[in-house]
Write a protein that binds this ligand. Sequence first.
Ligand code: NAD
Length: 542
Amino acid sequence: MGKGFFNVPVAINEPVKSYAPGSPERDAVLKTYNTMWNSQIDVPMYINGNHITTGNTKTMSAPHDHQHVVGTYHLAEKSHVEEAISTALAARSEWAELPWEQRAGIFLKAAELIAGPYRAKINAATMIAQSKTVHQAEIDASCELIDFLRFNVQFMTDIYHEQPDSTSDAWNRLEYRPLEGFVYAVTPFNFTAIAANLPACMAMMGNVVVWKPSDSQIFSAKIIMDVFEEAGVPPGVINVVFGDPVMITDTVMDSPDFSGLHFTGSTYIFKELWKKIGNNIHNYKTYPRIVGETGGKDFIVAHKSANPKQVATAIIRGSFEFQGQKCSAASRAYIPSNIWDEVKSQVIEDVKSFKMGSPADLNNYITAVIHEGSFDKLAKFIDQAKADNDAEIIVGGNYDKSKGYFIEPTVIVASDPKYTTMCTELFGPVITIYVYDENKFSETLKLVDETSEYALTGAILSTDRYAIQEATKALQNCAGNFYINDKPTGAVVGQQPFGGARASGTNDKAGSALNLLRWVSPRMIKETFVTPTDYRYPFLGE
Ligand code: NAD
């Protein structure tokens, strides 16, 4: 920092626009959607500020209309990944030395670009690439991403302000250095905001990055790169490569300069990457930081005192928005017998009222799941539930991939609390409910704790404070984000820092200073003003 202790703008959450009929934002996003839908883009890789095309391409389609091509992207050879690494390392010293306020300026500008001129584009691209409804696109690609960028700038300065005490004869200073080497971001399909934040927050702290987005999110990742370019991220600071994830990861992790992994995605893949890092540990110049936010089997527990309408609404919103493809989406619920009939009839009624189809039709609440692999997996579990004696589908259960990957929102009721869909992450619009004896609340809490390997999000609904306290205590290791009388989704940056433990991740809380701290290596500097000239301490005297 140069010549002043600069204050950054106070971060406030970006207001969510309504997209109500007649609103200007609705017109803008639909117009942009149509333009994007009716043209084709060619997405290059970004290495050292250059747009790299290889001629080896794949097409991109929307999950809700898989035969409609909206563009192509270019696949990396190993040499491109090596180039991304070497250009990142070449950019490192200038970027790491840049005063923090210059870095802050870039990312605050990126936030403002998304809030304004890029809002319709990034939302429309997310509607097309990930089949999000306009509301889901708005709260992800616009609001959450803007919040990540603005709040992280504020958290960065909070971190820099954390300084040790000093005395009159010695001044102690903590310098928050970026990691030595380069860092690697691997991002999932489901949130445009996460895709942008993982590389951006590391770069904000002075690191240089190789970023590999999900194949299913490249169409909206292109808009992120457009924003970063316009905001002035210098060449080489964030390099983007597409293609074979194993080849890219192996090349990255074979480099002795690899110094950190920022991953969001499934648990199995994260564990595989962790193993690779472990196998290479003797080759690295520094111990790589490993941050991963991974799978979940998120729960709703209702107490016998809960309001059935509130429970049903928490299930509906918590399980089915964005087709259940939020890592926080409720996918198992424990409902007491006394309120089950009422909860059941409202859940069935609500599910039957959903409209399903393209996100371009703003009447639709449900659209398609991300790809054929996900569709086939979900269809298999639904078929199994139809066949199994210990499971019953009470609503939904149909699927159709002739045009898009459409899975009807499905509610399974399991008589066995350890039924397969009570334990396995399906990542789709399917929730499994276990109805428990209303007088066995404590036993049920134990069941919730023991049923899944994950610990991401969970919710308790109750009007009884003793029950709320009991659940809060009994479930303390079952969720990194725990909700009382709410659905378990919808974490807001700056309000509910997000992340889970157990098999759900390293719990480094995206959207908080805790996460940013993983991307710095503090250097302690002690400066002594009057340096001793005699080794003898007073106690050695006569
Ligand atoms: P995924 O694991 O399939 O892919 C994530 C990323 O890993 C992608 O970029 C993918 O290309 C890459 N990848 C896949 N195989 C790889 C390999 N062998 N080596 C290296 N990289 C590889 O996950 P997804 O389907 O994109 O996202 C859904 C998953 O992400 C769910 O499990 C969900 O719970 C999780 N998720 C968690 C959070 C969280 O905060 N905990 C947030 C979003 C998503």
